[in-house]
Design a protein around this ligand. Structure first.
Ligand code: NI
Length: 213
């Protein structure tokens, strides 16, 4: 999930030294089939996992995101990273995002509240597009963390929204899928241009239909 242009930049989290050797991976743009697939469960001893987690943090912070799912770096794996702390800063900050920094592997959502709220969301794979998305206000989530400990927690507010947005990526669901069909027509041209790489973006991306790659 992207922070959106209306947010002040604020202080970015500082990287521990270990992150300096992490690699920024290109973010896959809308239109790539990996984003439409249901992602595959992660195995406990997956040897690529530690480096992937470091790379995903690095990639997410570099692009000013608050969440990044593995399919967005081209890997069909059920995991994502999220750091909502930029939303907790300043006046009117969301308390649910204070210290909300998580790696969630094989997450399962439960106890979705009947109460819903609508808020504009952005996505690093769909630069320049922000659309209102209606979601449950409170959720439960069970997942393995980076140390492969099973964690269960209840979330609300923006933290719950970020988790639902990233979880959607593991199911092949993206913001346009939440947009009513009538309005989706208006988005069509913009989404096609993004797939073709006809979009201005200041982080590294991989465009599925860009000519002359
Ligand atoms: Ni997204």
């Amino acid at each position: 999930m992207s922070r959106g242009p209306s947010r002040a930049l604020g202080a970015l989290p500082t990287f521990p030294a270990a992150y300096l050797c992490a690699m920024i991976r290109p973010i896959v743009a809308y239109g790539d089939p990996v984003l439409k697939k249901e992602a595959v469960e992660v195995e406990p001893n997956d040897p690529q996992l530690p480096a992937l987690i470091e790379d995903m943090w690095e990639t997410m912070y570099e692009s000013d995101g608050v969440g990044l799912a593995a399919p967005q770096v081209g890997l069909s794996m059920r995991m994502f990273v999220a750091d909502g702390s930029p939303f907790a800063e300043g006046e009117g900050g969301d308390p649910s995002c204070k210290d909300f920094k998580r790696v969630m592997i094989n997450p399962v959502l439960f106890d979705l509240s009947e109460e819903q709220s609508t808020m504009e969301e952005g996505c690093l794979s769909i630069p320049g597009v922000r659309e209102p998305v209606k979601r449950p206000v409170r959720i439960g989530v069970e997942y393995y963390n980076a140390e492969w400990t099973l964690v269960e927690e209840h979330l609300e507010g923006l933290a719950a929204r970020i988790v639902q947005h990233e979880y959607d990526h593991l199911e092949g669901i993206m913001i346009p899928d939440h947009v009513p069909a009538t309005k989706r027509m208006l988005l069509h041209g913009k989404l096609r241009d993004i797939g073709l790489g006809k979009v201005s973006v200041d982080y590294k991306m991989r465009f599925p239909k860009k000519k002359g790659r």
